[in-house]
Design a protein around this ligand. Structure first.
Ligand SMILES: Nc1ncnc2c1ncn2[C@@H]1O[C@H](COP(=O)(O)OP(=O)(O)O)[C@@H](O)[C@H]1O
Ligand SMILES: [Mg+2]
Length: 378
C-alpha cells in the first residue's frame, strides 16, 4: 500500500488556519457563515438529506478542540496536516504534481471510548469546517433502495456544507467486507455506491473520516481508499492521569484524592471508562449532599455547599462501580492489534508510530495485555 509522505503543514508552521502562507486571508470563518446563509435560501433538502441532516453540526456549535482530547502529539499533528490540506487549501491540491496526492480521507480505529469522535470534532472545529456525523448502522435501511438514497444524501449534503468533515462512525456496519455480508448481497452495492459518491466530492473541500472499533471487518476497497490509518489506542498510565485531569478540570479535589494513583489502578480503562469513573465519583458526592439535606433538622433551611469537593472515598466507590469495558472483549482487541500490525500508519520501519504508546514494533504487547501497541509504563 502506498503511504503518502507527510507534507509540510500550515498548521505545523503555527499559522492561523484561516490564513494562507503569504498571510492573505482565506477567511474560512466568514466563508462558512456565508455558505450557511446561502444554504438557508438554497434549494430545499429532500427527504433523505433531511434525515442525514440530523447529524449536521454547524461549525459554530462545535466546541471540542484538540485541547479537550488527550492524544499523542503525532496523532494530532497528522490529523491537522491531513485535514487542513483537504479543508483549508484544496486549491493547492487541484493541479500539478499534487493533484494525485490529495488524501481523500482517513481511518480512525481503536477500542471503543478512546476519543475517535472527539478527534473528528476537534478536526472540524479547528479547521473551521462544519461536520456531518453519521452512524454507518443508521444508513443500512431495511427497505430496498432507501440506503442508496441515504448514501447519496450524505454526499450531496456534504457538498452543501463544505468545508465539511464527514464523520462515518461505526463504519464497519456500512462498509464491511463481502465475506462479512454474505447474507446481504445488496450491501456490496452500497459500498460501491459509497465509493463512487466519494469520488464525486474530490473537488469539494470535504474530508471523510471513517471510525470503527472493528477495522478488520472493513472492505478492502474502502481500506485502499484510506491511505492514512490512525490508531486511537487505549491510554497508558500517564495518559490516563492526563485524561483524568482534563475530565476533572471543573471539579474541586480533596487531598485524599490522588489522580496518579487512580491512573495507576485503571489499566485497560478507556477514556470513556475514565469519564464514567469521574461522573460516578461526582455523583457519590452529590448523593452525600442529598443525604445530609434529608437528615437536616432545625429552623434554618439546609444549605448545600457552594461547590462539591471530591474525596478519595468518592473515587473508591466509583472505581468499584465502573470496570474497564474492554475487559469483556479482549478478542476484538487482539484483532485490532493484528490489523494495526498489518495496516497501521504507525507501523513504518523506525518511524514514530501514530497512536498512544511507544514506538517500536518489538514492544507490542503480548496477548494477555489489553493495549494495541505496548508502551513502557502500562
Ligand atoms: N483521549 C481522550 N481524551 C479525553 N477524553 C476522552 C478521551 N477518550 C475518551 N474520552 C471521554 O470519553 C468520551 C467518549 O469518547 P469518544 O470520542 O466518543 O470515543 P470513541 O468515539 O472512540 O468511541 C468523551 O466524550 C470523553 O469524555
Ligand atoms: Mg464515538
Amino acid at each position: 500500500m502506498r503511504i503518502h509522505p507527510l507534507r509540510p503543514s500550515i498548521w505545523q508552521t503555527g499559522a492561523d488556519p484561516t490564513r494562507s502562507r503569504n498571510g492573505i486571508e482565506i477567511n474560512v470563518a466568514s466563508g462558512v457563515t456565508d455558505n450557511h446563509r446561502r444554504e438557508a435560501r438554497g434549494p430545499k433538502l429532500n427527504e433523505y438529506e433531511k434525515r442525514i441532516a440530523t447529524g449536521q453540526i454547524d461549525r459554530d456549535s462545535l466546541h471540542t478542540t484538540f485541547a479537550d482530547v488527550h492524544a499523542p502529539v503525532e496523532t494530532i499533528s497528522t490529523l491537522k496536516l491531513l485535514t487542513s490540506l483537504a479543508l483549508v487549501r484544496p486549491d493547492a491540491f487541484s493541479y500539478g504534481v499534487l493533484a494525485q496526492d490529495k488524501i481523500p480521507g482517513c481511518l480512525l480505529y481503536g477500542p471503543p471510548g478512546t476519543g475517535k469522535t472527539m478527534l473528528a470534532k476537534a478536526v472540524a472545529k479547528e479547521s473551521g469546517a462544519n461536520m456531518l456525523e453519521i452512524s454507518g448502522a443508521s444508513i443500512n435501511d431495511k427497505w430496498v433502495g432507501e440506503s442508496e438514497k441515504l448514501i447519496r444524501a450524505v454526499f450531496t449534503l456534504a457538498k452543501r456544507l463544505s468545508p465539511c468533515v464527514v464523520f462515518i462512525d461505526e463504519a464497519d456496519s456500512l462498509l464491511a467486507s463481502r465475506s462479512m455480508l454474505s447474507n446481504r448481497p445488496s450491501r456490496r452495492e452500497h459500498i460501491n455506491q459509497f465509493l463512487k459518491e466519494w469520488d464525486g466530492i474530490e473537488e469539494t473541500n470535504a474530508f471523510v473520516m471513517v471510525a470503527t472499533n472493528r477495522p478488520f471487518d472493513l472492505d478492502d476497497a474502502v481500506l485502499r481508499r484510506l491511505p492514512r490509518k490512525v490508531l486511537v489506542d487505549l491510554p497508558l498510565k500517564s495518559d490516563r492521569a492526563a485524561i483524568l485531569s482534563l475530565l476533572l478540570k471543573g471539579e474541586s479535589l480533596d487531598d485524599s484524592a490522588s489522580l496518579d494513583e487512580y491512573a495507576e489502578r485503571t489499566t485497560y480503562y478507556s477514556g470513556s471508562d475514565l469519564k464514567n469513573v469521574c461522573v460516578a465519583a461526582a455523583m457519590a458526592a452529590v448523593e452525600e449532599e442529598n443525604a445530609a439535606a434529608a437528615r437536616h433538622t432545625g429552623p434554618e433551611p439546609f444549605r448545600y455547599p457552594e461547590r462539591r469537593v471530591l474525596r478519595g472515598d468518592h473515587f473508591e466507590k466509583a472505581l468499584r462501580l465502573i470496570p474497564a469495558s474492554i475487559s469483556e472483549d479482549m478478542d476484538s482487541l487482539k484483532m485490532i492489534r493484528k490489523f494495526d500490525k498489518e495496516f497501521g500508519s504507525g507501523e513504518k520501519k523506525n518511524k514514530k508510530t501514530i497512536g498512544f504508546g511507544v514506538f517500536d514494533a518489538k514492544q507490542y504487547a503480548g496477548p494477555s495485555e489489553a493495549r494495541v501497541r505496548h508502551g513502557p509504563n502500562l
